[in-house]
Design a protein around this ligand. Structure first.
Ligand SMILES: [Zn+2]
Length: 282
């Protein structure tokens, strides 16, 4: 089977898809959309692999620990469901051996989402911002080390910490990285371009002009498409739960913003993902 689009950052492994996970994947298949489900902690990482195992091709996984889950964090019903409350009240330390086992699975194409998020500090914990940052940095370093060891690229979640992340990655990472949901400036983008990194955009590009400048600035060869579903559904699905099939709208909009032909953008974005993640059976 040959796919026409790819959603390189989705979460059908989250609780938001408990009632129709197979149907959502089927809709993606029918729309010609391949996908990578991204883990955010141990359970969602394992679930991403379990989903990928059910499909011969076109469904892949990334495994890692999201920076906000390194400490007590906001509980998101859509991510972990009712049962995840206990987890978010304690957070998770990065268990290298546990993730290494997952990372070696043939369906796993990246390590993450990992990174630094200095925006969503938990205000309910007694932990100072400084201590929280240290915890994030420690988990991030270990995940960079794991990516280096298993030679798989990094799926990066960076928020209000582009400089700090850049400094760390520049010295520690020996594999390429993708900046998921890139929300930095053109200046930030330049620094990561120099490292050879790529950038992915979600449905937010369909309803705000905040990303237009950077979407136009980047070489097309460094752009990839994602939904980050169940969050941020693109126009015309705003207000609904997002899903991988809607990535088609993101690709259309990227072409429109760049004033380029949809077909050539579609083909290039697909090729970018295939090369970046070394996708097999795609
Ligand atoms: Zn995500």
């Amino acid at each position: 089977m040959r796919f026409s689009y790819i959603d390189i950052h989705s979460h059908t492994n989250f609780a938001a898809f408990d009632n129709d996970r197979a149907e959502a994947t089927q809709r993606a298949y029918e729309a010609g959309v391949a996908l990578i489900n991204v883990g955010t902690q141990q359970d969602t990482s394992r679930a991403a692999i379990e989903i990928a195992e059910q499909y011969e091709n076109g469904v892949y996984a990334a495994v890692g620990l999201h920076p906000i889950h390194t400490a007590k964090s906001f509980h998101d019903e859509e991510e972990l469901g009712e049962n995840g409350k206990e987890f978010t009240s304690r957070g998770e330390g990065f268990d290298y051996e546990y993730y290494k086992k997952l990372a070696l699975h043939p369906k796993v194409v990246a390590i993450g989402e990992c990174g630094l998020d200095y925006y969503r500090h938990d205000t309910n914990t007694r932990m100072s911002a400084n201590d929280a940052n240290k915890k994030q940095e420690e988990a991030f370093r270990k995940q960079i080390e794991l990516a280096n060891e298993v030679r798989k690229p990094l799926m990066l979640h960076i928020r209000q910490a582009y400089q700090e992340a850049h400094a760390l990655l520049k010295t520690a990472a020996k594999v390429p990285g993708n900046l998921h949901f890139f929300a930095g400036t053109v200046e930030d983008a330049k620094k990561f371009l120099e490292l050879g990194y790529s950038f992915s955009f979600t449905g937010v590009v369909t309803f705000t002009h905040d990303y237009d400048e950077v979407v136009r600035y980047l070489p097309l060869e460094r752009i990839m498409s994602e939904t980050d579903c169940p969050y941020v559904a693109p126009v015309p699905f705003r207000g609904k739960r997002n899903e991988p099939a809607y990535v088609v709208e993101v690709v259309k909009k990227i072409a429109e913003i760049r004033n380029e032909d949809h077909e050539s953008v579609r083909v290039q974005l697909l090729k970018n993902a295939e090369q970046f993640f070394g996708l097999q059976g795609f």
